[in-house]
Design a protein around this ligand. Structure first.
Ligand code: HEC
Length: 125
């Protein structure tokens, strides 16, 4: 997905649709139109921070102090890769953080956590 950075936003949107077979992650640019940032914050606080707020089992914390960790995860896996990790679970993290949340809520809490940690939305393509 790295090459997508070089094409314009509209083409990136199209390409995202075409790569749907691989991931089908909700568009990070418009995710807060579907799940408000406030709702994303609520999901993050009630679900994700149970681990990511307390460093449980090595889960990365949220906030500017943890920017480097998240930045390198974004570079390693891309937004879609991280989305899939949360959707399907990874290591000690259960699928969807172990909660009954929608695909959009997964994406919104992911984008919320990343941007709260100082990751630029522009890097989530
Ligand atoms: C039960 C504890 C727990 C909960 C709840 C949880 N996580 Fe995690 N998360 C972890 C752990 C542990 C890891 C490290 C997994 C690994 O790489 O072994 C992780 C890793 C991640 C990663 C990095 C994935 C990767 O590909 O390296 C992201 C992104 C993430 N969590 C987002 C979220 C979001 C968003 C939520 C809320 C919807 C959430 N997590 C809820 C424990 C949790």
């Amino acid at each position: 997905m790295r090459t997508l950075k070089m094409v314009s936003g509209t083409i990136a949107g199209l390409a995202l649709g075409m790569s749907g077979a691989m991931a089908d992650a909700p568009d990070p640019d418009s995710i807060f139109d579907e799940v408000s940032r406030g709702d994303a914050q609520s999901v993050t606080e009630s679900v994700c921070l149970q681990c990511h707020g307390a460093g449980v089992m090595g889960a990365a914390g949220v906030g500017e102090d943890h920017n480097e960790t998240w930045q390198s995860l974004v570079e390693a896996r891309g937004y879609e890769g991280l989305y899939e990790s949360v959707l399907n679970g990874r290591g000690a993290m259960p699928a969807r953080g172990g909660a009954d949340i929608s695909d959009e809520e997964v994406a919104a809490s992911l984008v919320y956590m990343l941007t709260e940690s100082g990751v630029d939305k522009e890097d989530l393509k």
